[in-house]
Write a protein that binds this ligand. Structure first.
Ligand SMILES: Nc1nc2c(ncn2[C@@H]2O[C@H](COP(=O)(O)OP(=O)(O)O)[C@@H](O)[C@H]2O)c(=O)[nH]1
Ligand SMILES: [Mg+2]
Length: 335
């Protein structure tokens, strides 16, 4: 009797749902909930190229002398249900700052109003293993404008960072030292970096993109994952309550102050990592480890959430009542 019942449930369930229903992820054209993937960063760093490449949608990209090509917020619906991609102008661009601040604020407010999940990806560059201070300024500015649904400010791992155009990914020194130094600039908290994150991906410099216009290519990071797949594993912010206006007044002065904090912060970090102070080194490692563990927990929760959304609600309830049905449900889940 039980066997018939289980078979019946499997058959009905298979009839009612296409196999896609059980497979979350963009590759299968399913996304768990309405999500905005918003790219921020300085002009010319490759935001629009990456966005076009991962979405298959065209975001205008190419060489721009002076200010970037993107002067406004560009949202495009993708072929993946519920998923939108947003391109924003560079905030630290003197000519664009006002428009950029408005565009970024508008993108976040729109997501808040419509109850959409937000994944903010900051695309940054590096110079001799150091990230520019105005990239941190941008991150601090944008993240501090956000109030989460629980009324709190973002703490850690609520944004992701892509370090683009990296020329050194195969260099042994990068593997032994550089990667750690670059990651610690983002995953530890200090005056220059107010919002630590361990969601960091390195993308190689791609010679075929040099001076290109509107080009798309396959983008795979150091983690070995396709970039969109990597972004999918990053939960971002489930819900934003409100967004305050990003203040770009006296920007030159703000950037100078950030530069000072940056220099101090970088010197202190290098000293801790390379110096003889065991205690300081331990502290910085402990902090980075805390951010990493928090990231892993968030990823695990995200995976669980996606998994639980894959089964039809009625089947979830039935499987709670009858463990044999739960096994059947699990088999279906794995199909
Ligand atoms: N050499 C090289 N050029 C790149 C790379 N990624 C993007 N570009 C080029 O950099 C220029 C600016 O890119 P774009 O996406 O418009 O930058 P955005 O202003 O941040 O949106 C374009 O000509 C791209 O083809 C890369 O990895 N290597
Ligand atoms: Mg652009």
């Amino acid at each position: 009797m039980k066997v018939t019942c289980v078979c019946g449930i499997i058959c009905i369930s298979l009839l009612l749902s296409s196999p896609d229903t059980f497979i979350a992820g963009h590759n299968q054209g399913k996304i768990s909930d309405p999500t905005d993937i918003i790219f921020c960063g300085n002009p010319g760093i490759g935001k629009s190229t990456i966005l076009s490449s991962i979405s298959g949608l065209q975001f205008e990209s190419g060489l721009s002398f002076g200010s970037g090509l993107t002067s406004e917020l560009k949202f495009q619906e993708s072929k993946y249900p519920g998923l939108r991609f947003g391109d924003t102008p560079g905030l630290a661009d003197v000519n664009m700052k006002k428009k950029a601040a408005e565009a970024i604020t508008r993108s976040l407010k729109d997501a808040a109003k419509n109850g959409r999940r937000v994944k903010i990806i900051f695309v940054v560059g590096e110079d001799a293993g150091r990230v520019r201070s105005n990239d941190f300024w941008t991150i601090n500015k944008v993240m501090s404008a956000i109030t989460l649904a629980n009324g709190e400010r973002p703490v850690m791992n609520t944004h992701a960072v892509v370090i683009n155009k990296c020329k050194f990914l195969d260099d042994p020194l990068f593997k032994t030292k550089g990667k750690d130094l670059l990651e610690k600039q983002f995953n530890t908290h200090n005056d220059m970096n107010e919002f630590p994150t361990a969601f960091i991906e390195f993308l190689p410099e791609m010679s075929e993109l040099r001076n290109a216009r509107n080009k798309m290519t396959r983008i795979k990071g150091l983690s070995g994952k396709d970039l969109l797949e990597w972004i999918e594993s990053f939960p971002g912010i489930e819900s934003i309550k409100s967004v305050s206006q990003i203040d770009t007044k006296n920007m030159q002065q703000q950037l100078e102050e950030q530069e000072k904090k940056h220099k101090k912060g970088m010197d202190a970090l290098v000293e801790k990592l390379n110096g003889n102070n065991e205690k300081a080194l331990k502290e910085v490692r402990k902090e980075a480890e805390k951010t990493r563990r928090d990231m892993e927990n968030r990823m695990k929760e995200e995976l669980e959430r996606k998994k639980s959304r894959r089964l039809p609600r009625w089947l979830k309830i039935v499987s709670m009542i009858n463990p044999i049905t739960a096994i059947a449900a699990h088999i279906i889940d794995e199909l």
